[in-house]
Design a binder for this molecule. Sequence first.
Ligand code: NAP
Ligand code: GFB
Length: 328
Amino acid sequence: MSTVILVTGGTGLVGKAIEYVIENEPVGSRFGKRPNEKWIFAASSEGDLRDPEQTRKLFEKYQPTHVIHLAALVGGLFKNMKYKLTFLRENILINDNVLHASYEHKTQKLISCLSTCVFPDKVEYPLTELNIHNGPPHESNFGYAHAKRMVDVQNHAYKEEFGCNFTSAIPTNVFGPHDNYDLEDSHVIPGLIHKCYLAKQNNTPFVVSGTGKPLRQFIYSRDLAKLFIWQLREYDDVEPVILSVGEDEEVSIKEVADAIVKAVGFQGSYTFDTSRADGQYRKPASNKKLLSLIGDFKFTPFEEALNESVKWFLENYDNARIGKVPTA
Ligand code: NAP
Ligand code: GFB
């Protein structure tokens, strides 16, 4: 019987990375496509998942046996701070529709995607899968964070009442090709790559928001893609798994900005706009559970992954998601 894998949010940063890995890894290899598999990478134009009817139609069209659920309203710190209710409501709608359609269509397996920002802000570090509900998330993104936490609650409820094989992944901050480079709504790495590129083009100052002191763990989208394929094939438990580089790989925003200046080849001066928010100071997550299950996994070194990401951005600027760019 053929296996049909539906990737919701298949046109975004993470979806495109899974598509890249499935198309480029050797067929039949651990992270490669299997001969009997059909992969569907769905865009929002194929069905607005905030709408139950459109969601049902998408499932009827593809009859998926397995689902990797990535679709979400996603954004960086500043967009999250501005639209807390919209992030809460839209993601609750999308998730409820996809989980219920997966149940109605007797989908054999569903993996949903959370984020390390769901964890409590004031908790013992490093963060592990066990303390996901042990206190409020950071105030800067509580809308998005609570909507994502609810997926873990829904997964357990679907399992207990109907025996559904629903689980979830918890990635740290992700970056790579096909990111969202909007100057205001994006995450820090694509935002700074775009700002640094424009500063070089227009010979204007490169301005980094905040103090540059916060710490983050970043996973390359193409490494994360392999981990999703591993979870799809080899992990059958309702409990979530953190998909991340090690907690000792934390880097400061200043170190990230320095690496981007080097990768873009920017010679000018860069400053910090400390009037802008830093958000959560750090959210160090442990990947011990992942490594105990997957065995040895080679992560792409940060600078190598950043250089590949900058190269993709420079080569695809005209078709990339750059948002509104102020004229110089
Ligand atoms: P992204 O690049 O913004 O892509 C979002 C995807 O979701 C796109 O394919 C988009 O389709 C689709 N989508 C959005 N709203 C939709 C709707 N109403 N109906 C149907 N599809 C919709 O996001 P990403 O960074 O790849 O994120 C993928 C997943 O990873 C999300 O669940 C996110 O929460 C999670 N995550 C991301 C990060 C990160 O740092 N980026 C970190 C942790 C977790 P169109 O493009 O066709 O509109
Ligand atoms: O990536 P980012 O937006 O998300 O910001 P979070 C990370 C840090 O980078 C913050 C600083 O300390 C920002 O002050 N920063 C510096 C910048 N310059 C920039 C810039 O030009 N753009 C942006 N965006 N940041 C998000 C959550 O938190 O993490 C989301 O709000 C999601 O819900 C995402 O979970 C993965 O790591 O602070």
